[in-house]
Design a protein around this ligand. Structure first.
Ligand code: WQD
Length: 329
């Protein structure tokens, strides 16, 4: 299939381009490079020996998006492009709502206009809010604590309504848990601008000495060691989940959790990183971070049963590959 990947130069997008190319698909990337680098596309070529077609466009721009659909007979869209920093979304709600919601509208509208029936959307476990764990796809969504999360929930609802009105359009809503790690080549991975917000990139930068020490946000949660528990998933497994979802799309809206089903605490992750890479990660315990919840992880049965997809890589792989990538920076 010929697949348009928005945000294809970004962290999850670039790994998904690799997975698509390796599965024999053709890839067109649309990315405005606002939080990614064009070099990622050369790295994709080094890994796969295949090239992607690249458009430097903002996917909120209707005419630029439509010109891509005009130039290529697209079979499916995987929509990653979007802003993703939770804290920033609280400060810049207009940018977040505009960018993340308008892009979904523009792309789905182009799909309908050009007869493209497959649409895979990059959603987040954040849409579950503070539900009971494990999170299951059938749960009612609860309000999220920030505009970023709301843009994901809104896009899910918009796409669901579009399918109701256009039964030949099919959508997969993929709810990611906590993506970490990097491609085993060390060529592509997560390279956040400025000081990282998320745990793993912070850990790798502390290990490298770029940052002084890690701050562990709270050790008084109702979890086994008191620190927050998350379901970390290797980005290469996550990328393969997209190929599986794309192949599965026929009709209607399908929702899938992409996680491992296993919870890991902040302290467990630090210790796994130290063990996997034989390096110390200095840390201190500080107050809880506003908006964090104690613990969440996925129920993964639906993806296993319906997509035949299951995460294969474990926390040690995630720590090794994240460190390999960071050392190459
Ligand atoms: C993980 C754990 C922190 C940093 C967020 C978004 C979500 C998703 C991924 C993306 C928590 C603790 C973290 C640090 C720490 N979105 N922590 N010190 O908050 O689960 O999810 O990012 O695009 O939508 O909400 O991920 O990596 O920030 O935190 O102790 O310096 O690590 O408290 O328990 P989170 P995270």
């Amino acid at each position: 299939m010929k697949i348009l990947v928005t945000g294809g130069a970004g962290y999850i997008g670039s790994h998904t381009c690799v997975a698509l190319l390796e599965a024999g698909h053709e890839v067109i990337v649309a990315d405005n490079l606002s939080n990614s680098k064009i070099e990622a596309l050369d790295k994709i070529k080094q890994i796969t020996n295949k090239e992607v077609v690249f458009y430097q466009v903002d996917v909120t721009n209707e005419s630029e998006v439509e010109s891509i659909f005009n130039n290529h007979k697209i079979d499916g869209v995987i929509h990653f492009a979007g802003y993703k920093a939770v804290g920033e979304s609280v400060e810049k709600p207009i940018s977040y709502y505009y960018n993340n919601v308008v892009s979904t509208l523009v792309l789905s509208n182009a799909c309908l206009k050009y007869g493209v029936q497959r649409f895979v959307f990059s959603s987040s476990a954040t849409v579950y809010g503070d539900n009971k764990v494990p999170f299951v796809e059938t749960m009612d969504l609860l309000p999220t604590t920030n505009p970023y999360g709301e843009t994901k929930a809104m896009s899910e609802r918009i796409l669901t309504d579009i399918v109701k009105a256009n039964p030949s359009f099919s959508v997969a809503l993929l709810r990611y848990f906590n993506p970490v790690g990097a491609h085993k080549s060390g060529l592509i991975g997560e390279a956040p601008n400025g000081i990282p917000n998320n745990l793993m990139p912070y850990v790798t930068q502390v290990a490298k000495g770029k940052l002084d020490k890690l701050r562990v946000f709270g050790n008084d949660y109702p979890t086994p060691d008191g620190t927050g528990v998350r379901d970390y998933i290797h980005v290469v497994d996550l990328a393969e989940g997209h190929v599986a979802a794309l192949n599965d799309l026929t009709t209607g809206v399908k929702v899938f959790n992409l996680g491992t089903g296993k919870g890991t605490s902040v302290l467990e992750l630090i210790h796994a990183f130290e063990k996997a890479n034989e390096i110390k990660v200095p840390y201190e315990i500080v107050d809880r971070r506003a908006g964090d919840i104690a613990s969440f992880y996925a129920d993964t049965q639906k993806a296993e049963k319906e997509l035949g997809w299951k995460a294969k890589l474990d926390v040690i792989d995630m720590c090794k590959d994240a460190w390999h990538f960071e050392r190459n920076q």
